[in-house]
Design a protein around this ligand. Structure first.
Ligand code: ADP
Ligand code: MG
Length: 292
């Protein structure tokens, strides 16, 4: 049983009083803890719509989300609030740090809202900043950080209440290559620690660094593959060019063909000999008489 199961999720937006736009037409998928899943799709394919539904920010959809056997739709307001605050951690492309709060306070804020003791908040926030290699910047303000550093602080904040699921909407979308790689490496480690991490991306390269790629197109899941099998499939499909066969292999192929055709001619000769012998032995005209 999947840890997080989506069953027939559908979502439409009202674009006018009479018109609706169907963005998610039928999304069903199961996710396990420890997976680093890429939700890959073109801009406008409905990725953010789906992540907002998964994060409990949008409850206006049809279909079911089942978390560890519990239907989200059966949650009371209070349970939903708990789900948003403690069970999922969200990361956004634009970091969403509070600009007039220090790095440390930005990480503590999520715990503050959950009513955790102040001393525990500080200790835990420092530990999390160490995880994302940002402990040196605990007293800095967000505007003193680079994009990559801001995103690492946002990851620490998302982990503050030890959520079961991390949802990241284009977390590397505004980052340079190096910062993006570091952010993906941190997300990979978080998944390896046993959490389910879902990363939204429109970049095939980012998707390739995940353990599974779920592609969304036209409001449905167009493809759902493990990254290793994506690679082996690509290898299997790659056409073999004539020039890529080595001389050794060419010689082996030629010898094989020759041997097979030799075997074929030997068999034909034997069959012919048996046939001729049979004809001679049974023909009264051709059989040589010992008395002659
Ligand atoms: P993605 O994240 O894949 O780029 P979105 O989920 O943001 O895609 O959007 C999918 C489609 O839904 C787009 O056509 C977008 O214009 C539309 N959409 C998104 N949010 C709203 C909204 N609040 N109201 C109406 N249409 C929306
Ligand atoms: Mg989006």
């Amino acid at each position: 049983m999947a840890y997080l199961q989506l069953a027939n999720i559908k979502k439409e937006y009202n674009i006018s009083r009479t018109e609706t736009q169907s963005v998610l037409r039928d999304i069903s998928a199961g996710f396990k803890q420890g997976e680093l899943v890429a939700l890959l799709g073109e801009s406008g394919s409905g990725k953010s719509t789906l992540i907002n539904i998964l994060g409990g920010l949008d409850t206006n959809y049809t279909g079911s989300i089942i978390l560890n056997g519990e239907f989200l739709k059966d949650f009371t307001e209070r349970q939903m609030d708990d789900y948003r605050k403690k069970r999922v951690g969200m990361i956004f492309q634009s970091y969403n740090l509070i600009s007039n709060m220090s790095v440390l306070d930005n990480v503590k804020i999520a715990m503050k809202m959950s009513g955790i003791d102040e001393k525990i908040q500080t200790d835990r926030a420092i530990k999390l900043l160490k995880v994302v290699k940002m402990e040196h910047a605990a007293g800095k303000m967000p505007n003193q950080l680079s994009g990559g550093q801001k995103q690492r602080v946002a990851i620490a904040r998302a982990l503050a209440n030890n959520p079961e699921i991390i949802l990241a909407d284009e977390p590397t979308g505004a980052l340079d290559k190096e910062s993006a790689e570091l952010v993906m490496l941190i997300l990979k480690k978080i998944a390896e620690s046993g959490k389910l991490v879902i990363v939204i991306t429109h970049s095939q390269k980012v998707a390739d660094s995940c353990s599974r790629i779920v592609s969304i197109a036209d409001g449905i899941i167009a493809q759902d593959v493990k990254v290793s099998s994506v690679k082996s499939k690509t290898l299997r499909r790659r056409p073999v060019r004539a020039g890529s066969i080595s001389t050794k292999n060419t010689m082996a192929l030629a010898w094989n063909n020759l041997w097979r055709s030799r075997q074929r001619s030997i068999l034909v000769s034997i069959a012919m000999a048996i046939g001729i012998a049979a004809v001679i032995s049974y023909s009264p005209y051709l059989r040589a008489s010992p008395t002659m």
